[in-house]
Write a protein of this length. Structure first.
Length: 454
């Protein structure tokens, strides 16, 4: 059944190739097939487009486009490598686009397990990008060289880790290194990490990595990545990862907040960092007046001794703070219970008082300290202001990015039978008269189906 389906697919592809002999049309058909997950058909269309293409620069781009698909989606690094090498031969050796070739060759070699060759290619990207005179090239070319150099540096670390002899396991010919194990350990939240930092825990983590590698190998062998549901989920994950990468590159990494901006915001919004007048007290809360009177007399004789107050609060107080000696810090005006907070602000430090609350309880409390109104210092709030300004700048930059992308790629809302006014902003909402079959001027509305005869 699979062979029949594949043969039919190739037959359709052959028809498409004959019908669309133009290189651009073939390339577009290839991309559409790729989006649908029909990678074999897409590969054939790419090859046909390359064959029809007369311009070496355009052919170079198509070869790399096909190689990317073979490497990322078809898991065919050997085929990808062959096409990358073909692309390399189409442009001069000193062409800055060669960094694209070397970077992809590095990825292909890494996928093939040829880590030393991969490291050499990535190193070539970094060196080649560093020694090219920036004034000689356009802004876009320099940006491209810088990007590939940055990515190659990251890849060098990865392949180096696979070259070092500290291999802790080999699964199906693929090594798992000590560094990979450490990286996985770093990804675990601190609260759970300690269980994996022991020798037994590290062994469990290694077994988990081994199982993941084994299952991935078997899934790839069965070509489960071609399953429609699996492909949909992979596409979703790929989209999320690329969205985050694009957001980081075009928004987050471009946002910068200066010290002057932070200082200016602080001065203009100083009231946000005002700390109101506060008091600290210790208290004992009891239900009956007899107990309250007895405790108050004891504390008065002891002149409100704090140690004694702490001991009595822990023994007699019915509120949760009694367990910590009745200490309440940072009480503001009007705080509950209101009777206590209002009285406390009129007292002097060390003064002892007893009163009855609106709930019927009796409170014995002592004022420990008064803290006047103040403003938090800039150094205290600098990080929070910086984060706030970054969020605002990111939001603004992201709105600009969304608008630019809409203009660049175009967005067209399609009217559907289920919703003619929801997603399509240009769709006219039906008025009650429209829905009853009459237009706004009393004319009969035309129906897209068969009109009912009266």
């Amino acid at each position: 059944m699979k062979k029949t389906g594949l043969a039919l697919l190739l037959l359709v592809t052959a028809f498409v190739v004959s019908a669309f002999a133009d290189a651009n049309s073939l390339a577009q058909q290839a991309r559409e097939m790729k989006e649908k997950g029909l990678y074999v058909a897409a590969d054939s269309l790419y090859q046909a487009a390359i064959k029809e293409c007369k311009d070496n620069g355009r052919k170079f781009d198509l070869l790399l486009e096909m190689a990317d698909m073979e490497l990322d989606l078809m898991h065919s690094p050997q085929d990808a490598l062959a096409h990358i090498i073909m692309a390399s031969e189409l442009i001069p050796k000193d062409d800055p686009r060669q960094v694209k070739v070397h970077y992809r060759k590095g990825l292909a070699y890494e996928a093939l397990g040829r880590y030393i060759d991969a490291a050499d290619e990535f190193q070539t990207v970094v060196i080649d990008s560093a020694f090219r005179p920036s004034k000689k090239y356009s802004k876009e070319t320099n940006k491209m060289l810088k990007w590939y150099s940055k990515q190659a540096m990251k890849e060098i670390d990865k392949v180096f880790a696979k070259n070092v002899p500290e291999v802790v396991a080999v699964v199906g010919g693929e090594p798992i290194t000590e560094m990979e194990l450490e990286n996985r350990l770093d990804e675990i939240p601190p609260f759970y990490r300690t269980r994996y930092e022991t020798p037994e825990g590290r062994k469990q983590l290694l077994e988990q990595l081994i199982l993941e590698r084994l299952m991935r190998m078997e899934a790839e062998k069965q070509q489960l990545y071609l399953d429609s549901d699996v492909r949909r989920k992979l596409d979703q994950q790929r989209t999320l990862i690329l969205q985050r990468a694009l957001y980081d590159k075009e928004v987050r990494n471009k946002v910068n907040v200066t010290d002057d901006e932070i200082k200016k915001y602080y001065e203009e919004h100083k009231d946000e960092y005002k700390v109101p007048e506060r008091v600290d007290i210790i208290r004992i809360v009891v239900k009956d007046s007899a107990t309250a009177d007895s405790l108050f007399n004891i504390l008065q004789k002891a002149k409100g001794d704090s140690a004694l107050f702490d001991s009595l609060a822990r023994k007699y107080s019915i509120t949760p703070d009694g367990k910590r000696g009745g200490l309440l810090k940072g009480i503001t005006k009007g705080a509950s219970p209101k009777e206590v907070s209002e009285a406390a602000f009129k007292m002097k430090p060390g003064e002892l008082k007893m009163l009855k609350t609106s709930k019927g309880n009796f409170v014995i409390f002592k004022l420990l300290a008064k803290h006047p109104e103040k403003y938090r210092k800039l150094d205290e709030v600098k990080l929070s202001i910086e984060a706030k300004l970054k969020r605002e700048k990111e939001k603004q930059l992201f709105e600009q990015l969304k608008e630019e992308l809409r203009k660049k790629y175009g967005v067209e809302y399609k009217q559907t039978t289920s919703d003619t006014t929801g997603m399509n902003p240009s769709a006219k909402k039906a008025t009650p008269k429209d829905q009853s079959g009459k237009g706004s001027k009393g004319k009969k509305a035309k129906n897209s189906g068969n009109p009912k005869k009266k």
